[in-house]
Ligand binder design. Structure first.
Ligand code: HEC
Ligand SMILES: [Cu+2]
Length: 390
């Protein structure tokens, strides 16, 4: 933001601390100071008018009250100088507010050349960040002091990406790219190893990491909230995730590398990670619960035959699950709407095989059923068992 605004902000009595705001979340991006300044400007001007007006109204009510039956005195209906004054005076104030707002707004509209670019895909009901080279993650990871541009698209309806601590929000309209940029100015802290280990232990077997409860990510980073602000549909309010600001580009690169593929964890573990990270968790339960979920539970899917909307009975083997993920509309489970988005091009073969291994651990038939057409996942490390959520 413009330096003059910065100085004035610090001079404002309510905003003495550089990155704290009286009304709002922490000022964690370069926009925050300017946005809050304009907000405060408008707020204080409004109060400067509102309070004297209300006080004078109240005073007049008592001063000029007449007893019942008394006659009203003269009514002043017109005063040209006064009316000109209260029309022209405030219009200057309004123009000033508009100019101040436009300065911040134009700055926010124009991503600087060479900004760090991260893809964002919004879909019912999650965000997926695309870090390039096939690395996708539900969390947004960025670098401190680095102008960052989000190239956002939606696969279904209008969503709106909102990061309150950065003071940025933008609609994501299907059928086109929408851009948003910011420069983070406060890096995320990491919690102590003991605290992280404690939380990991608590959430073991639960399947889903509770960001709200712990207030840090599964990797121990404190985070800023990111959520969907388009409240004209069923579950936009559930589209919440975390923004982590790394101190250096090297740190972010290392994080991306560590999250790019399975590495040396087991397929079952990776399958569960993808389930949480890629939005399946929003629509599928693991324990048989159907209420409140858009899709069928993953419990006892693998290796069981079940009815499709087409009337066919299909066995959920490797090929069926693969097709369900890549082309969800090809076979729709009876009793459900065809609303699952496709994950074509977003999950590697190893990712899909890992999800299949994970589904096997949730099914009583997980071990016995074998796909006749696909023998090569048989020798995968199925002996690694995790306790599914109960
Ligand atoms: C927007 C909600 C939604 C999301 C997100 C979603 N699904 Fe689905 N899924 C559904 C619905 C609804 C169905 C049932 C209708 C159908 O078959 O298309 C389904 C069906 C399935 C089936 C078939 C289940 C059965 O009982 O036959 C599998 C397997 C599956 N999804 C896997 C996944 C995986 C893996 C992910 C994450 C990578 C995922 N889904 C993400 C909604 C979703
Ligand atoms: Cu949304």
């Amino acid at each position: 933001m413009i330096p003059a605004l910065t100085n004035m902000t610090i001079a404002m009595p309510l905003l003495a601390d550089a990155h704290k705001s009286f009304w709002f979340p922490e000022q964690a991006s370069s926009f925050a100071i300017g946005v809050d300044w304009v907000y405060d400007l408008i707020l204080y001007i409004s109060l400067a008018f509102f309070i004297p007006m209300m006080a004078f109204t109240a005073y007049s009510m008592f001063k000029y009250t007449k007893k019942k039956g008394e006659k009203a005195e003269s009514q002043v209906t017109h005063n040209t100088p006064l009316e000109l004054a209260w029309s022209i005076g405030p219009s200057f104030v309004l123009v000033w507010m508009f100019i101040q707002g436009s300065i911040s707004y134009l700055d926010m509209r124009t991503p600087p050349e060479g900004s760090y670019d991260i893809g964002v895909q919004a879909q019912k009901w999650n965000f997926t960040m695309d870090y390039g080279g096939g690395t996708f993650h539900n969390e947004l990871h960025v670098v401190k002091d680095e102008p960052t541009k989000l190239s956002m698209r939606s696969t279904d309806v209008i969503h709106a990406l909102f990061i309150p601590a950065f003071r940025v929000k933008k609609d994501i309209v299907p059928g086109r790219y929408n851009y948003l940029w910011f420069k983070p100015i406060v890096a995320s802290e990491k919690v102590s190893d003991e605290e992280l280990a404690k939380a990991k232990k608590q959430s073991e077997g639960g399947g889903v990491w509770d960001y709200d409860k712990y207030q840090f990510t599964p990797e121990g980073y404190r985070f800023y909230d990111l959520y969907c602000a388009e409240y004209c549909g069923k579950d936009h309010s559930e589209m919440q995730t975390a923004v982590v600001v790394h101190e250096t580009q090297e740190e972010l690169d290392a994080w991306i590398k560590a999250n790019s593929s399975r590495g040396d964890i087991s397929m079952v573990e990776w399958g569960q990670t993808l389930f949480n990270r890629r939005g399946c968790v929003g629509c599928h339960s693991l324990d048989g619960t159907k209420d409140g979920y858009t899709g069928p539970s993953f419990k006892d899917v693998y290796g069981f035959s079940h009815a499709m909307a087409s009337g066919e009975e299909l066995m959920a083997d490797d090929n069926y699950i693969r097709e369900s993920i890549l082309d969800p509309k090809a076979q729709v489970v009876a009793g459900y709407s065809p609303v699952m988005p496709t994950f074509k091009g977003q999950l590697s073969d190893d990712d899909i095989a890992s999800i299949i291994e994970f589904l096997k651990t949730l099914s009583a038939n997980g071990e016995s059923a074998k796909s006749p057409a696909d023998g090569d996942t048989e020798n995968a490390d199925t002996e690694v068992e995790t306790t599914p959520a109960s």
